[in-house]
Structure formats: C-alpha cells, structure tokens
Design a protein. Structure first.
Length: 481
C-alpha cells in the first residue's frame, strides 16, 4: 500500500505514528520544508511569541515564491517542518467529553489514542487538581460533581535532549514535530520530500492522483490513501481547488480573551518557588498555570486559561519606551505583570467565511480569502473570570489590572479571532455534502482522501488543541487501515 501524508505538523505526527506502528512500509511525506524565514518574508515582530522558538512573524505573511495567495489579516498558511509560525506554547490538555458533544460518536479519539500520543511526549507536569480533570495517563477525565473550576500547573510538551558537539544540551524548548520526522526519515520508515507543494487531488482508477509542484517542475503521482495534515487553511485550499469550483466554506474559531494582572508577592512560598524554578528552568517564558471552568457565560463548555508572566521580549519592548534612567525600575515592575489568555469553545463564537477561488489560468493561480471579524467583548465572562482568579488568590496572588483585555489587544495588534481554528471540512454522520468528512475522517467528495488536521473538526474545544490534533489524526489513521 502506497500512502501519502501531506504536512509535518502535530496532526501529521499523530498520523505517521499510527501508520508506522501498524507496519505500513511505503509512507511518503510531502512538505514545503521551510525551516527558517527567507528573504521573501517581511520581518514583522509578534510580541506574544517567545524567543525560544517563536518566529516573530505576523500572521498573513505569504511566501512570495509560490503563486497561491492567502488574503487574510490574521491567519497564515503553515509552511515548514513542524510549523513555520512557531507560536505553539507546548501546552497539553485533553478536552472534556462535553466539549466534543458536537462530534459524531465514532469520530472521537479513544483513551488508547490519547495514551499512545501522551506516552511519546516528554511532558512537564505536577500532581494537582488538573490530574483528575485532564489526566495524562490516557484515562478518561474524572470530574468532581461539586467542582466547576480547576487550577493547576501548566502541562508543557518538551523537546527531547539534543546532543551538540558530543555534549547533551540540557535546555529544553517546546515539542516540535520536525525532530520526529527527521528521526523517522533517518530510520527509513518514511520517505520525506521537502520543497513539494500539493496543488490538488483527484479521483483516479482505484487510486488518488496527487498534482504537485517542486520548484518549476509539475508532476502527478498516484497513491492508495492520502492523509491531509497541511493545516486548516492549506487543507481547505487544496480541497477547494480539487473540487474545481469557487466555493465559500466556513472556519470555526475558538474565541480568545486576554487579561492582565499584578502579582502581589508579600511572602515567599518555598514549595511554590521550587515549582517555579522547575518550570522556568526547564523552559522559560511559558505559562505557569492552567485555569479551567465552565458556566452559563462559557455556554456550559469548558473555558481554558493560561496564566504566566510577561515574556522577556515583551518586557524589553515595553522597557524601551521609557527613558534609559527608568529602564531598571520599569523592568522591576514588569516582572510582576502577568497575562492571561483564555480560550472558549468555538460554539460560543461566530464562523469565519473562507473563499477558495481561481484568479488565473492554472491551478497555481489561486486565492484563498478569509474574512475575519473582530471578536466581541465578553464583559460577563471577563468579570466572572476575574472573580474566579481572585478566588484562587492564595495560590496565584494575582490582582486584575483595569482594562487588561484592551492592553492585551494593543500588544497583539488586533482583535481578529484566536489561534485555534478548524471545522471547514467537518466530520459529520448526517451531511451528504462533498465538502464534509465521514466520521472516519474520509472526505465524502473524494474517496481515499482523509482530513486528519483541524479542518475536519466538527467544533473546536476551548482547551489547548495540540493533544486533540495529534490524537485525532492517530485515531483516523489507525482505523483507516
């Protein structure tokens, strides 16, 4: 059996892991393969990225070496091995069952799928309330009926130690799937091809024909099965042009809410200091806590909040705005400023129109247009979140800063949606549209094509979707064989 996986991100990682474990021996991986910013990209800083592995490049930047265009003020097409815009925080959190109530029952990843992914990751974690709400041993969540609010230390997926010049590098960064693909390629269990752009897929005779471009050369290759893990925007664009018509689809976006707090440290807690040293020493500039709750203001779906100090890059940028003589004092103040980033279920937000259209004579002359709308202010949710965080003052020691959400919007430069998107080609048990997927992940419009990234999500949960993306792809690939 000849298999093609398109992409090398988190979904592609979960997909390839399942295929390799099931002894599939002819796996091709096509990827654009950029690993750094080229001269064609505009160097525009993104302050909420980290110097550890953040790309610092604004969403919406296009690769000018490629003719397909993306018109967006917020979102970007993913490009590189492991993801070109590396603003992934490494956060790992399993979604709750009620967050996937919109999903067909057969499409929901099982405990064994989550366990397979979790066992392959190096996750920084602690024993606290989150261990019952979102256990990392592969078992189902165990929610206390008396609790609707949980607080715990952040769960971060880390990279493995790398040996450099004969020495082990003890400093860690967030997990990047490109390292796994390098290892699989070296072992010969996959055939990795970089610099390959997938234009479209067509139904052939008992196979699926893939139309590709590598540099100036176009070619067609046939596969038994194709797994699209190119990222929601890219996957939607590929399928839109494969169908051969202009089509308006809709992306589901998990709304976000930003906040700012002052940390009031009036005494030093030794156990807390130990935890902080572990987290900060392992991977700096990452969130320290996860805060989860659900209520009427969250649509009775779980809200996920990441809490942590202002990262180094933001501090340096803000400190540079004051006179040099005040820089030291500004740095001391900013070290006690924490930010919160909250994500809600996509069912509480609005769908985003995405149009895939042709703008020239060839399939490469295509344009994907995304019409983002500003997020609406959620005053009731904001107030409830602040009160719940204040109720955890003994642990967090955080006091809300007035207009914190507005400050956050200024720093991230716009209010156009969140980071978690998907659902343009959703899995459905009832729909007959060729632009939807069966509960197995197979696209209804083209037999043998499986959508394994977030484009196939029926809804996007508020929790960090990295683990769900990997487990979902693993589940689809495992059951497709």
């Amino acid at each position: 059996m000849k298999i093609l996986v398109v992409g090398t991100g988190l979904a592609a990682y979960g997909c390839c892991k399942a295929l390799i474990e099931n002894m599939v021996d002819n796996i091709h991986v096509y990827d654009i393969g950029l690993t750094h910013r080229g001269e064609f990209c505009v160097a525009k800083e993104v302050l909420n990225a980290s110097s550890g592995d953040g790309s610092f490049f604004e969403y919406g930047i296009n690769d000018l070496n490629l003719r397909p265009r993306l018109k967006s003020k917020r979102l970007c097409s993913s490009h590189a091995a492991g993801g070109f815009s590396r603003v992934y925080s490494g956060s790992i959190l399993r979604p709750q069952n009620e967050d996937l109530i919109d999903w067909p029952e057969d499409s929901i990843p099982e405990d064994n799928d989550f366990k397979a992914i979790i066992s392959s990751l190096d996750i920084c974690q602690f024993k606290d309330d989150l261990a019952t709400l979102a256990p990392l041993d592969g078992t189902s969540p165990r929610i206390s009926p008396e609790l609707s609010c949980y607080l715990g230390r952040s769960r971060i997926a880390l990279s493995q130690d790398k040996e450099i010049d004969g020495c082990v590098n003890s400093s860690k960064s967030t997990f990047c799937s490109s390292a796994a693909f390098d290892a699989w390629s070296s072992l010969g269990v996959i055939r990795y091809f970089s610099g390959v752009y997938v234009e479209s897929v067509k139904q052939g005779r008992n196979k699926v024909d893939v139309y590709c471009r590598r540099g100036s050369k176009s070619f067609i290759e046939a596969f038994d099965k194709i797994y699209l893990a190119a990222g929601c925007v890219n996957t939607t664009s590929i399928i839109g042009h494969s169908m051969g018509e202009s089509k308006e689809l809709y992306i589901k976006s998990a709304p976000i809410h930003l906040g700012a707090y002052i940390r009031w440290k009036f005494r030093r807690d030794k156990s807390e200091a130990r935890c902080n040293s572990i987290v900060e020493g392992t991977i700096p500039d990452r969130c320290q806590y996860f805060h989860e709750f659900k209520s009427a203001n969250t649509g009775y779906r779980w809200s996920h909040t990441q809490l942590g100090p202002m990262n180094t890059d933001v501090r340096e940028k803000v400190s540079g705005l004051v006179p040099l003589c005040l820089t030291r004092y500004m740095n001391m103040l900013l070290k006690n400023v924490w930010f919160s980033i909250s994500t809600l279920n996509s069912t509480t937000g609005e769908d985003i129109p995405i149009v895939v259209d042709s703008v020239g004579p060839t399939i490469m002359d295509r344009l994907t247009k995304i019409n983002e709308r500003p997020l609406r202010r959620r005053l009731r949710y904001s107030l409830e979140l602040k009160l719940r965080i204040l109720s955890k003052f003994k642990t967090l020691k955080l006091l809300p800063i007035p207009f914190g959400s507005i400050i956050g919007d200024v720093l991230r430069k716009n209010r156009l949606g969140g980071w978690h998107i998907g659902g343009s080609l959703p899995m459905s048990a009832r729909s007959e549209s060729p632009y939807t997927c069966k509960p197995t992940g197979e696209l209804r419009g083209i037999k043998g094509v499986y959508v394994v990234d977030s484009a196939g999500f029926p809804s996007v949960p508020g929790s960090s979707i990295a683990l769900l993306s990997m487990a979902n792809a693993y589940h689809i690939a495992r059951n497709s064989l």
